[in-house]
Design a protein around this ligand. Structure first.
Ligand SMILES: O=C(O)CCC(=O)C(=O)O
Length: 321
């Protein structure tokens, strides 16, 4: 498979302010999430917005729209689910996304935060919540969904609209270092991927380990996400007022959630997901998301040479920023 090369040029003279300082790297390493205000100029944001528009009109086979018709006389309006749309891995067909991914300097910023000498793209993921959507993003962390292992990883959640605290992402600080892996949940109805096969009644309640050998594939056991809302006072919760041009950067294993959209405006966000030096191909006990096929990749082996995961930058460019 050959990656499409960028065909839309990004703003020539405008560079993302892509340096991070040591204290920002240390905060990301410690907390697993960091808010980097004002890193993306309006010109790059405009390209992302054009990309989202094109993407919505030309969805991939992996696009999801979560909505339900609710009769007007429905007494319980909290059961309304309207207008949450997502898609991913469309960058090979969306030149605007390609331009940002390959040319903006965001990959160098990712390399600095991950302390990685190489940065590959994993994929882009667009999440649009229309005004009034009640569809909440459940507490989850991302790596159990993914077909990649490795600690050097990062997502850049980039809001295209203002997202005040209470409408945006919340993170459990440090949860990427708990050494725990949680079963993915479907965004549509919050049901864990493998609910049916979990023995929730045993002494090892909530662990996914069908044959009891302690190994659930990939050599690790997965747990159900606990009721984090009930124990929030025991954790440090990170959340920010986010403006267009800000980056919310987080580790693939940092637990996070997000509410529906009570704002009068759309809440468009693009998550760019990056991989570092230690990324390897992984198998999960469920279909991964995105559902990348193994093709020529070896479980535990590198992603090098697979054009689905293009190398965007290497150490000399990372250090020069
Ligand atoms: O934007 C959202 O509501 C959720 C985003 C998210 O979970 C992610 O980017 O990993």
């Amino acid at each position: 498979m050959v990656a499409t090369q960028p065909s839309v040029s990004g703003p020539d003279s405008i560079q993302i302010d892509n340096g991070v300082n040591r204290s920002e790297i240390e905060r990301f390493t410690r907390d697993g999430a960091i808010h980097l205000p004002g890193r993306i100029s309006p010109e790059w944001l405009e390209l992302l917005a054009l990309g989202v528009e094109y993407n919505q009109q030309n969805p991939s086979k992996w696009a999801h729209g979560f909505s339900a018709e609710v009769p007007d006389d429905e007494p319980d309006s909290s059961s309304r689910v309207v207008g949450f749309w997502s898609d991913y891995v469309t960058w090979p067909k969306v030149p605007e996304y390609q331009s940002v991914i390959f040319e903006s300097g965001l990959a160098e910023l990712a390399g600095q935060l991950m302390e990685s000498s190489e940065v590959r793209l994993f994929h882009e993921h667009v999440l649009v919540k229309e005004p009034g959507t009640t569809s909440r993003t459940p507490w989850h962390h991302d790596q159990p969904y993914y077909c990649v292992d490795g600690d050097q990883n990062i997502s850049f959640w980039i809001a295209l609209d203002p997202v005040p605290k209470g409408s945006g992402l919340r993170f459990i600080a440090g949860s990427h270092r708990w050494g725990r892996w949680f079963v993915p949940r479907r965004f549509a109805d919050h049901v864990p991927y493998v609910e049916a096969s979990i023995d929730a009644g045993g002494s090892d309640a909530g662990r996914l380990d069908a044959d009891g050998d302690g190994d659930t594939g990939g050599g690790r056991a997965f747990e159900l996400v606990p009721d984090l809302d009930a124990e929030l006072d025991q954790h440090q919760v990170l959340t920010w007022d986010v403006e267009p041009g800000d980056i919310v950067a987080f580790h693939f294993r940092t637990l996070h959630d997000a509410p529906g959209n009570k704002l009068a405006s759309r809440r468009r966000a693009v998550s760019l997901r990056w991989l570092g030096d230690d990324a390897t191909f992984a198998q999960r006990p469920w279909e991964a998301s995105p559902p990348f096929e193994q093709l020529g990749l070896v479980v535990g082996g590198s992603l090098q040479g697979d054009d689905r995961f293009p190398l965007i930058t290497t150490s000399s460019s990372i250090l020069s920023h």
